[in-house]
Design a protein around this ligand. Structure first.
Ligand code: IPM
Ligand code: MG
Length: 361
C-alpha cells in the first residue's frame, strides 16, 4: 500500500517525537511491504518565524491533498516566547484551530489506558491503579467556546471580554453518533458529559444525545455533569468506557485522564472528519522546557501513528504491531523520564524510538 502523509513536526519537542514516530512507521513499511511518502508542512511558531503566520493556505492545501496528517506539537512558553506578543489570531495555537476547522475535524478521539506496567506511575490510590482502566474521550473539536464569537471591549474605562458557547443540533448529533459507534466496538457504554444544570447548550446537548441513543438500544447511556466527571475520573476511572463531551470540557478532562495513565506523554489522539482522513497528534503540548534535550517521551506520538494506520489506512494488523511493540518495551522495563520508576531502565527519546521500532513484527 502506498500512502501520502503530511508531517507537521511543529515546535518544542515536536520534531524530536515525530522523528521517532517516523522511525517506527518506517519499520512497519519494511516489515509489511508498504510505502509511506512524507511531506513536511509548517505550522505553529516555526511557521510564524518562516512565513509570518501560524498556518498558510499552502500548508492547508498540502494537508488536504495527503491521505492523513501526522503532527507533533506546536507553541512555546506563553510567558517568554515572542510568539505570544502577537495578536491572538497570529499565535501558534490559532494555526491548529484553523487547521481543525478547515479540515472539518469534528471528532477527536483520545484513548486513555493504564498499562499494568505503569501502575506505579499512576498518581491515584494503589487499588485504583491495580484495577486499571481503559476509556476513550470523544471530544467535539470544531464548535463550542473555541469557535464562538469573541471580543474584548472597553466601556467607561471598564474592560469586558466575551466568549460564546454555541452548538446547533447537527453538530451535537454527528459527534454523538461517533460516540455511540465507537462504544459499540468497545464495552457499549456512553457517558455523556455536560453542564445541563446551568447551560442551555448543555441542555440541547443532552436532548440530542438522548435522541441519538434511541438508535443504539444495545449501548447504555448515562449523563454526568462535568464537575462530577472530573471527580469520578480520579475516584473510579474504571467506570468509564466512552466519555462523550463538548470541546472545552473534553480539553480539560483529557488532560486529567492522561495524567492518571501515568503521564501525559502516553496519550495519543485522532481527529477525524466524515471521511477516512484524519490528523493524528499526541494530546500533550510542545514542552518547551525540555525541548532539544532528547529526553521527551515519544510514545504518545508513536501510538498516534498507530491510530493513523487503523483509522485512516485501515491497517489494523500493522496498528496492532505498533501497540504490541510499545507494550513489549514497557514490559521489558524501559522508560522515559516521565514514566520512570525504581528498578526500570531510563532511556532517551531516540532510544525509545529505536527500541519500539526494533520490536515491530
Ligand atoms: C489540545 C490542546 C489545544 C486545545 C491547544 C493547543 C489549542 O490543548 O489539543 O488539547 O485546546 O485543543
Ligand atoms: Mg488540551
Amino acid at each position: 500500500m502506498e500512502k501520502r502523509i503530511a508531517v507537521i513536526s511543529g515546535d518544542g519537542i515536536g520534531p524530536e517525537i515525530v522523528k521517532e514516530a517516523r522511525k517506527v512507521l518506517d519499520a512497519v513499511c519494511k516489515t509489511y511491504g508498504h510505502t509511506f511518502v512524507y511531506e513536511d508542512v509548517l505550522m505553529g511558531g516555526c511557521s510564524i518565524d518562516a512565513c509570518g503566520e501560524p498556518l498558510t493556505e499552502e500548508a492547508i492545501a498540502a494537508c488536504k491533498s495527503a491521505d492523513a496528517v501526522l503532527m507533533g506539537s506546536i507553541g512555546g512558553n506563553t510567558s517568554t516566547s515572542p510568539w505570544y506578543q502577537l495578536p491572538p489570531e497570529k499565535r501558534p495555537e490559532a494555526g491548529l484551530l484553523k487547521l481543525r476547522k478547515s479540515l472539518n475535524l469534528f471528532a477527536n478521539l483520545r484513548p486513555a489506558y493504564l498499562y499494568k506496567e505503569l501502575a506505579a506511575a499512576c498518581p491515584l490510590k494503589e487499588a485504583v491503579g491495580e484495577a486499571g482502566f481503559d476509556l476513550l474521550i470523544m471530544r467535539e473539536l470544531t464548535g463550542g467556546l473555541y469557535f464562538g464569537e469573541r471580543h474584548t471591549t472597553v466601556e467607561n474605562g471598564i474592560r469586558t471580554a466575551v466568549d460564546t458557547l454555541s452548538y446547533n443540533e447537527e453538530e451535537i448529533r454527528r459527534i454523538a453518533i461517533r460516540g455511540f459507534d465507537v462504544a459499540r466496538k468497545r464495552r457499549k457504554k456512553v457517558t455523556s458529559v455536560d453542564k445541563a444544570n446551568v447551560l442551555d447548550s448543555s441542555r440541547l446537548w443532552r436532548t440530542v444525545v438522548n435522541e441519538v441513543a434511541a438508535d443504539y438500544p444495545d449501548v447504555t447511556l448515562e449523563h454526568m455533569l462535568v464537575d462530577n466527571c472530573a471527580m469520578q475520573l480520579v475516584k473510579d476511572p474504571a467506570q468509564f468506557d466512552v466519555i462523550l463531551t463538548e470541546n472545552m470540557f473534553g480539553d480539560i478532562l483529557s488532560d486529567e485522564a492522561s495524567m492518571i495513565t501515568g503521564s501525559i506523554g502516553m496519550l495519543s489522539s485522532a481527529s477525524l472528519n466524515d471521511t477516512s482522513f484524519g490528523l493524528y497528534e499526541p494530546s500533550h503540548g510542545s514542552a518547551p522546557d525540555i525541548s532539544g534535550q532528547n529526553i521527551a517521551n515519544p510514545i504518545a506520538t508513536i501510538l498516534s501513528a498507530a491510530m493513523m494506520l487503523r483509522y485512516s489506512f485501515d491497517l489494523g494488523k500493522e496498528a496492532d504491531a505498533i501497540e504490541d511493540a510499545v507494550r513489549q518495551v514497557l514490559t521489558e522495563g524501559f522508560r522515559n523520564g516521565d514514566i520512570w520508576s525504581e528498578g526500570c531502565q531510563k532511556v532517551s527519546c531516540s532510544e525509545m524510538g529505536d527500541l519500539i521500532a526494533a520490536r515491530i513484527k
